[in-house]
Ligand binder design. Structure first.
Ligand SMILES: Cc1ncc(COP(=O)(O)O)c(C=O)c1O
Length: 436
């Protein structure tokens, strides 16, 4: 090529949540069963969408209007419904004009960072959900900026770490919160959320709150929405239906702008996002049409409560199996459907020095090849062992922009007997690996 094609930020794109799949597929091709614990897709884990929801979607498919474009910001009636829902929380008040639909939150995440100046940085949590951290880093042509989530304090954000980083880096213009969090499964208490607002106000920043798991919580904790605690600070809430309905294949998510009027630059960012969607015409329409019909149906609230109770039960089962393993730091979860498990310092040795027992010769040979990769993080070596030895596919936490060593699991397995089997295998894998 006569010019270099890519800018530096292109190197920042990686998504180990799907990357690990290639390795698992190699084992699957040898006839070995794989337990998929890598991705937050309830449908892949046999969650059945209720028939009444499918009936709503099927009726929409009979309506000719479903097949056209919609308003570039999204279907007006749906935005009216969502604005009323947010306003009913009693915090910041919005109009349908403050809502913009995207083809999934993944699309929204890409666009939000893309139009910021490369030197305008958003600091986000570590361990990080890589769609955010990769997109933000790609826009900045630099590694992600992160604040620590603390495994020794319920995975809550380390607010002193955040404060110091914001104070001494004038490039930081915004803070990302994910609540409930992926990958830790934590729900943040109100005092921590209020502290985010204080820091944003002190340094004239805006807040982004990824709330895709807002209605997925259990075992006694309920997250607050950004609208409820942001007060007069500018911010963007990100919401979607991938996890909640669940309908990830619909590719439907939206953002809500709060307090646009208080800052001209922030207002311009919101306008730019609206314009970016306008040049694409609009986001997927069918799920937008279905959304208010599903959520207003009297069967929806009891359905979501029952689903949350199931996830809460799985959280307890996992805590019973892994909670007492001395080599790891284990925190019980209260929201979303993930848990991040960290190895205590000194338990993992450099890759290649520890091995699980692998009965299958082909799997053992493959593992041998995988472990040859240069500079392999110790938690990746553990994850590869677990995959080859037990067929359990999890994601190493070092690939979530973290210095910690561990792995993320999901709480999605619908069959509790199988869930117990999978997590008992994980425990056996840890014990074999660490204690020989
Ligand atoms: C925190 C978080 N935000 C956004 C997304 C992306 O959601 P969508 O399916 O709407 O693109 C995910 C998906 O796992 C997620 O965990």
């Amino acid at each position: 090529m006569r010019q270099t094609l890519l800018r530096e930020g292109a190197n920042e794109l990686s998504y180990e949540i799907r990357g690990i799949v290639k390795k698992a597929e190699q084992l699957q091709a040898m006839g070995l069963p794989i337990y998929w614990e890598n991705i937050g897709d309830p449908i892949q884990k046999n969650n059945q969408v209720p028939q009444w929801m499918k009936d709503i979607v099927m009726a929409l498919l009979q309506d000719n209007n479903t097949y056209g474009y919609c308003h570039s910001k999204g279907v007006l009636a749906t935005r009216e419904f969502l604005a009323a829902e947010t306003n009913a929380l009693g915090g910041v008040q919005i109009t349908p004009d403050d809502i913009l639909f995207f083809n999934g939150l993944g699309d929204a995440i890409g666009k939000i960072y893309q139009y910021l100046r490369p030197t305008a940085r958003i600091i986000g949590p570590s361990p990080a959900y890589s769609t955010h951290s990769s997109a933000e880093a790609a826009h900045a042509n630099h590694h992600p900026l992160t604040y620590k989530l603390d495994p020794d304090n319920h995975w809550y954000p380390d607010m002193d770490d955040l404060y110091q980083k914001v104070k001494y880096n004038p490039n930081i213009v915004g803070i990302l919160i994910i609540n409930p969090d992926n990958p830790t499964g934590m729900v943040y208490p109100p005092e921590i959320l209020r502290r985010f607002v204080e820091i944003a106000r002190e340094f004239s920043l805006f807040l982004i709150s990824d709330e895709i798991y807002l209605n997925i919580h259990y075992n006694g904790q309920t997250p607050l929405a950004l609208a409820q605690f942001i007060q007069d600070v500018p911010g963007i809430a990100m919401r979607g239906i991938s996890k909640e309905i669940p309908w990830p294949g619909a590719r439907c998510g939206w953002v809500e702008y709060y307090n646009r009027q208080v800052d001209a630059q922030f207002a311009q960012l919101c306008n730019t996002l609206d314009n970016a969607k306008m040049i694409e015409v609009c986001a997927t329409k069918l799920p937008q049409l279905a959304l208010p019909l599903i959520k207003q149906d009297p069967r929806y609230a009891p359905y979501r409560m029952a689903e949350n109770a199931k996830i809460g039960r799985r959280s307890k089962i996992i805590a019973d199996i892994l909670g007492g393993v001395p080599a790891i730091k284990f925190n019980e979860t209260f929201g979303a459907f993930y848990n991040t498990i960290i190895f205590r310092e000194g338990t993992l040795r450099p890759s290649g020095q520890q091995r699980m027992h692998i009965a299958h010769k082909g799997a053992a040979d493959l593992l041998g090849q995988w472990l040859q990769a240069p500079n392999l993080a110790p938690d990746k070596a553990f994850v590869y062992n677990l995959l080859a030895a037990k067929g359990v596919c999890v994601v190493p936490i070092s690939s979530f922009c973290s210095d910690l060593q561990g792995f993320r699991v999901t709480l999605l397995e619908e069959d509790e007997a199988l869930l117990t089997h999978i997590f008992t295998s994980i425990r056996a894998g840890i014990e074999e690996y660490i204690y020989g």
